[in-house]
Write a protein that binds this ligand. Structure first.
Ligand code: 5U1
Length: 682
């Protein structure tokens, strides 16, 4: 055996043992022998650097710390799931699926794939010709962050896929979750305790904190696992017809897949699976917050399609939220961005749903009255997943004799303006608008937030000072800030102040969708802002639209349309928009039908020749999903000619017109590096 054969043998052996340990949970080697193989491989690679492969098992750790995460546009959006909280909602899901697939015969049951719903972080792993090339977080579902170097450190992620029984597609993006097993979490916390370091609150937080580290050595030191639950994108190869067979195939390629997955039939099968996993939940190696059902037939999934960024063919059936009893110490009233006064329960600390809870929402005055919640009460508190904890009910028999009903203040607790409640609303609102420091702070924070104008470095402590010292009264004032006023603030060094000013300057160039979202119009979230931008294509068209025109936008009903109209009609808002424009905030306006805000927004591409890995369709899809346009012929309006092998006379024409000619690799760079786009939730 020569050196290169020995290196290949050792790499394959180490991969095989990783797979046995991390994926099959059936190791066949002890730690000392594993270390010996590993050290021998390292020594051979050091002595023969020309034989070092990027997918070698020694190359998991060792990448240099990153300065920042680069954003990546997903080949297809990473969707979220709709939730069902009870059997009736699951029955409704099954009914919708049957209707959608026109299954009329009552004796026929739909086949579903049922799986645990991991309480981890969604990621996508891209393989090219079976080699792991890129890993990304879900981010807003359209763009995520490139965390390849961190994901490479997870030994449960194969750096090269096993051959299995069938060939991998040339390009494959596997979707799944990164999590920490409970036993690994306990051990990690023991280690933290022994080192005098802070303990992690729960496995999910520990996994999240470990994955988003700029230094991959930190990620490598944390016991993270990956579990696959599907495929986001595939090109150049066949995949099985059913989702359950797809999961089996992913497992055969060496990817970890939950062993609790089952193929079940009809509503009865779904509910029996939920009950079974619910019974076994406490003994599972990982935290789950429910189960996921997917129509098993993948062609049927395509037919059912999507609604508002969630698939119609799948649903998460959540487990009931965990509850605990604690003392209600006080009720305080918070003022939100739109002036809503929200009563908040201040609680004696209690561990529930994986975290220590000290505050819980009481929603509004009617809720407090309905539940008759009083200071001093013993209350049942509930928390599920990342949902805000809530007070469920009061243990009235334990109530102190002296307790008094809660009375909602008639004035804003922050600015003293009158609090008003309209007949059709459950909440009272402070009428102070931006005069109210609480509303102003929230408005500025929202305006600057990552998915709005993305002004990095403008945190709540800074906004508190800027608003409290009357330096900032509206978001437009941010663009008037100077170095002198910033360095005069508490704890803001000159370097940070300069960075902030640069971030503010950078934010001036934005997209229409981001700008609309940043305005903070009531009932207009990111997705609606994007729809509005796409529909109207210009801010002025939006500002002058009437309720009827607004309701032509997908998902905009009478309530949202009225909120937008009210906002646009308000002179203060028009003034604020004018100030922002005068300060230099700008975006590209144009074709109302083009996706707005994608990294290739407004760019016209023409394709010619055969690309190395992408089909024409996939390349066009990638361009369009990033906001670009694909045209059939080269003209003066063409921005890029994407040329592959055997390019035709379009290449000559493009050269003649001075059009930029790019290859597939340059397209990918454009997709990854172009200015960030707008978008959404997790
Ligand atoms: N187990 C599992 N989790 N999960 C999450 N499957 C699964 N599928 C998902 C998501 C968001 O989405 C696909 C159905 C598109």
């Amino acid at each position: 055996m020569d050196v290169s054969e020995r290196i290949a043998f050792l790499s394959a052996e180490i991969d095989r043992h990783n797979h046995r340990y991390y994926v099959l949970d059936a190791p066949t080697i002890n730690d000392a022998d594993y270390d010996r193989l590993f050290r021998e491989l390292q020594a051979l690679e050091t002595a023969n650097p020309q034989l070092l492969r990027s997918d070698s098992p020694t190359q998991r750790v060792g990448a240099a710390p990153l300065a920042e995460f680069v954003s990546v546009t997903h080949a297809s959006p990473m969707l979220s799931l709709n939730n069902a909280f009870g059997d009736d909602e699951v029955a409704a899901f099954d009914r919708r699926v049957r209707e959608g697939l026109a299954v009329d015969d009552d004796t026929v049951e739909v086949a579903y794939s049922a799986e645990p719903k991991f309480d981890g972080l969604a990621v996508g792993l891209s393989y090219r010709h079976g080699i792991f090339v890129q890993g990304a977080t879900r981010g807003d579902g359209i763009t995520g962050e490139d965390i390849t170097v961190n994901l490479r450190t997870l030994r449960s992620i194969p750096l090269r896929l096993l051959p299995g029984d069938s060939a991998w597609p040339e390009q494959l993006e596997v979707r799944g979750e990164v999590l920490m097993l409970r036993r690994d979490f306990e051990r990690l916390n023991q280690r933290q305790r022994a080192a005098g370091e802070k303990e992690f609150v729960n496995p999910r937080n520990a996994a999240a904190g470990s994955l988003r580290q700029l230094d991959p050595r930190i990620t490598a030191s944390r016991p993270l696992r990956f579990f696959a639950y599907g495929v986001g994108f595939a090109d150049g190869g066949e995949l099985p017809e059913t989702h359950s067979a797809l999961l089996d195939r992913l497992a055969a390629w060496g990817l970890p897949v939950a062993s609790e997955r089952r193929r079940v039939h009809g509503l009865t099968g779904l509910l029996a699976y939920h009950a079974d996993i619910g019974r076994r939940r406490a003994n599972l190696p990982y935290d789950i917050d429910g189960v996921v059902y997917k129509v098993d037939d993948r062609a049927a999934q395509q037919r059912l399609g999507f609604i508002s960024r969630a698939p119609r063919f799948a649903i998460a059936h959540k487990f009931p939220a965990e509850e605990a009893v604690t003392q209600l110490l006080d009720i305080s009233v918070q003022v939100g961005r739109t002036g809503a006064l929200t009563p908040v329960a201040r609680l004696a600390p209690v561990f529930v749903g994986g975290v220590t809870v000290t505050n819980a929402t009481l929603h509004n005055e009617d809720e407090i009255r309905r539940k008759d919640v009083r200071v001093g009460d013993s209350v049942v508190v509930r928390r599920a997943g990342d949902v805000i904890p809530e007070v469920v009910r009061v243990l009235v028999d334990q109530r102190p004799a002296t307790s008094q009903p809660f009375v909602m203040p008639m004035t804003c607790p922050v600015c003293g303006s009158a609090a008003a409640r309209s007949d059709d609303e459950a909440v009272s609102r402070c009428t102070g608008g931006l005069y109210c420091p609480a509303q102003c702070k929230q408005a500025v924070l929202h305006f600057a937030s990552r998915r709005a104008m993305d002004i990095e470095g403008l945190g709540d402590k800074l906004v508190d000072q800027l608003v409290d010292q009357h330096i900032v009264r509206t978001p437009a004032d941010l663009y008037r800030l100077g170095l002198l006023s910033l360095v005069a603030l508490d704890r803001l060094a000159e370097k940070s102040a300069n960075n902030l000013l640069a971030a503010i300057e950078k934010s001036k160039q934005t997209t229409l969708a981001r700008f609309i979202y940043a305005l903070g119009i009531r009932n207009v979230g990111e997705s609606t802002a994007r729809d509005l931008a796409r529909h109207f294509g210009s801010l002025d068209r939006l500002l002058t639209a009437d309720v009827g025109q607004l309701q032509q936008v997908p998902d905009v009903g009478p309530v949202v349309a009225e909120s937008i109209r009210l906002f646009c009609a308000e002179p203060h808002n028009q003034e604020a928009i004018a100030q922002l424009r005068a300060a230099g905030v700008h975006w590209q306006e144009g074709d109302a039908t083009a996706p707005v805000g994608g990294p290739l927004s407004g760019k016209v591409f023409v394709l010619t020749g055969t690309l190395p890995t992408l089909s024409r369709d996939s390349a066009s899809q990638l361009i369009q999903s990033a906001g670009g346009k694909v045209s059939g012929s080269v003209s003066k309006k063409t921005d890029f000619l994407l040329a592959g092998d055997e390019a035709g006379n379009k290449l000559d024409k493009a050269r003649g017109l001075g059009v930029t000619i790019i290859d597939e690799a340059q397209l990918r760079t454009l997709l990854a590096n172009a200015p960030m786009e707008t978008t959404t939730d997790d």
